[in-house]
Design a protein around this ligand. Structure first.
Ligand code: AMP
Length: 191
């Protein structure tokens, strides 16, 4: 089973590239951010998640890990999964390792999209016009998301690097160029 962690800061292009990878490789796409946004807005869980996400803070690990596990369990016959926006903390990465080990599988690789900070901010502000997301529209919230990424999420790359599973890919250039580079890394692994 192919378990690909697609990693990178907010605005790196994880969602865009996930959609293309899903189509090419027939994988299941799991984005914890999408799952939180799709919850019934009246539910306690949705309200709790929104309390964090509207400020650009991370939803607590225990809640997020449960959501991820329940989402993966919906696809028992998946030939592979793209994890987009998860894990975002080392505790989440450890939980994912344990969870997959229990299923007799493991993270195959982390593909990390590298984009510099000014470019991320521009992209998120432009995306706000179409996404309608409050957390994309406000420079202070964007700044907070990037700071949280640097503080809590960037160490997750070190976690996978220690397992020799990290590949960094430049997240700039055309969507197709970036996609080709992602595919090359995946194909090398399958050769
Ligand atoms: P995203 O759609 O990936 O940008 O996520 C939107 C928001 O959902 C984030 O800013 C967090 O508040 C929350 N979120 C999504 N995934 C996670 C995660 N793995 N851990 C904690 N919070 C998350």
């Amino acid at each position: 089973m192919l378990n690909i962690v697609l990693f990178g800061p907010p605005g790196a292009g994880k969602g865009t590239q996930s959609a293309k990878l899903v189509e090419k490789y027939g994988l299941v796409h799991i984005s914890t951010g999408d799952v939180f946004r799709a919850l019934d807005p009246q539910s306690d869980l949705a309200k709790l998640a929104k309390g964090y996400s509207d400020k650009g803070d991370l939803v607590p690990d225990d809640v997020t890990i449960k959501i991820l596990e329940s989402e993966v369990s919906k696809h028992p016959n998946a030939k592979g999964v793209i994890y987009d926006g998860f894990p975002r903390t080392t505790a989440q990465a450890e939980a994912l390792d344990r969870f997959l080990l229990n299923k007799g599988t493991s993270v195959t690789m982390m593909l990390s999209l590298v984009v510099e900070e000014d470019e991320l901010k521009q992209r998120l502000l432009s995306r706000a016009e179409v996404s309608g997301r409050k957390d994309d529209a406000d420079v202070n919230i964007i700044q907070n998301r990037i700071e949280n990424y640097n503080k809590d999420t960037a160490p997750v790359a070190t976690f996978y690097k220690a397992q020799s599973k990290l590949t960094e890919i430049a997240g700039v250039g055309s969507i197709d160029e970036i996609f080709d580079n992602l595919c090359s890394s995946i194909n090398q692994l399958q050769d």
